[in-house]
Ligand binder design. Sequence first.
Ligand code: PLP
Length: 232
Amino acid sequence: MNQIASKTARERLEQTRKRIDAACRDADRPAGAVRLLAVSKRKPVEAIRELHALGQRAFGENYVDEGVEKIAALGDLDLEWHYIGPIQSNKTKLIAAHFDWVESIDRAKIVRRLDDQRPDGLAPLNVLIQVNLDDESQKAGCAPEEIAELADRIADAEHLKLRGLMAIPAPREDHEEQRAAFAKLRELFDQLKERHPQVDTISAGMTGDLEAAILEGSTEIRIGTALFGPRD
Ligand SMILES: *Cc1c(COP(=O)(O)O)cnc(C)c1O
C-alpha cells in the first residue's frame, strides 16, 4: 500500500516538473527560473514527508492553525513554509513566528502587525502583496492602485522583506485569456520594480494555467491537487 502511494507521489511530482520544464523551454526561460510551491492544505504530514524525500522543499498552507501544527511536526526537515491564505489580524502573531514567506498581504494593518510580531533573531519575513486582478469581491487582495503605497510601507518595515506580487486570477479556460491576466500582473510587477528594484518574485499560476503563467514571467507556481491528489 505504502509503496503504491510512494510511486504515485513520485509520478505526480515528475509530471508536474516536466510541465514546468516544458513551459520554461517554450518561454525561452532557463530551467530553474520557476519555483514549485507544493500547496499542502488539508493534506497529512506524511504526504509532505514523502514529497520532501523526493526533493521538494517549499510548501504552502492556507489555514494558520493547521499550518503551524504541521510546521511543528516537521521541524526535523529543512522546509520553506509559505502562508498563502487570507489573513485575519488575530492570526498575524502565529504567522510571523512560524512562516518564512507570506504571500497574501493586502492591507496596511497586516504589514504593521507582521513587522511588530516577527520575533527578533529570525530572518526578515519574505512578503508578497496579493493583488485582486479581476476585482472579485469574494477574494482577498488589494486593488492594483493600492500596491505602491503598501510596497512603500513594507520596504520601510524592519522585519519584512518585500519580494514581489501574488495573484489568483479568475479561472479562465482560454489560453490567450489566461495569458492576458498574467500579462497584466507582469505589468504591475514591472512598475513595482522601478520603485523597488530588489523585488524578484511573481507568484501566479496553478494546475490549470501554469503554462500561461510561465509564458508571462511567473517565478513561482502554486500546485496542490496535481501533486497531492484531490482534497476531501
Ligand atoms: C489551494 C490553493 C492553490 C492550489 O490549488 P490546486 O487547485 O489544488 O492546485 C494555490 N494557491 C492558493 C492561494 C490556494 O489556496
